[in-house]
Ligand binder design. Structure first.
Ligand SMILES: [Zn+2]
Length: 235
């Protein structure tokens, strides 16, 4: 799915269209603050809904007080689960980049950025676990800054937000779906890239690849898709 499709679906289901993340009413302030680890976050600050980290701090402060069933403060969760899904069309003459690795093929992903279907869905899984807007809202494909951008930029921002919220990766399990080419020669390179971007040990980063039995666009070498599930743990 393209970023614009995801964004338009979101707005159809919830709020009126907004031009960018800077004006979205539900954007938590977690996206705004500068951090020591990344002095120049990609997203700008805007006071709004408490982020998981802020909520956690509030819960700690309130722990000795009466817990109200009507409290709007989310519970302090020791774990958070997130799921990501992405799909891109394959078109002749474009590079096929998966997990930051250039895969030799006769076609590649049509996308505003580098079309890295795996990194896009990992980013969405992390953002989803944090209860944040999706990748299409944070990095809209209407923003010229992201034209042709390496998706590692999105990954590093998602990881920064995860740490800023007070979480670290528990484990990640990803599944790539494509008919061609075979990914087995590239799996370890892709996994190593994921581990480096996530700052994670290989033992908690799993990657699987499947064909689509030659049916539908995935099986006819016309698209590529990926699913990712992450478990985040409070630090
Ligand atoms: Zn994508």
């Amino acid at each position: 799915m393209s970023a614009s499709t995801a964004t338009s679906l979101f707005f159809t289901l919830s709020t009126p269209p907004k031009p960018s993340i800077k004006t979205h009413p539900s954007l938590p302030p977690i996206l705004l603050r500068r951090s020591i680890s990344s002095p120049q976050p990609l997203l700008q600050s805007r006071p709004s809904i408490p982020p998981p980290a802020a909520s956690a701090a509030a819960s700690t402060v309130d722990s000795g007080q009466e817990a109200s069933a009507t409290s709007k403060t989310p519970p302090l969760l020791p774990f958070r689960v997130g799921h990501g899904f992405d799909l891109h069309r394959l078109e002749p003459g474009l590079p096929l980049i998966i997990g930051g690795v250039d895969i030799p093929h006769d076609r590649g992903c049509e996308a505003h950025s580098d079309g890295d279907v795996l990194l896009h869905c990992v980013v969405d899984a992390i953002l989803g676990a944090l209860g944040l807007p999706d990748i299409g809202q944070i990095f809209p494909d209407t923003d010229p800054r992201w034209r042709g951008a390496r998706s590692s930029v999105f990954m590093r921002e998602a990881v920064r937000l995860m740490h800023e919220a007070g979480y670290e990766l528990g484990n990640l399990d990803a599944t790539l779906i494509l008919q061609k080419p075979k990914l087995s020669p590239h799996k370890e390179a892709i996994r190593a890239n994921l581990c480096e971007m996530l700052g994670a040990d290989p033992s908690v980063v799993n990657l699987k690849a499947k064909t689509h039995e030659k049916v539908d666009s995935l099986g006819e070498n016309r698209s590529v898709a990926a699913h990712t599930v992450v478990l985040l743990m409070r630090k």
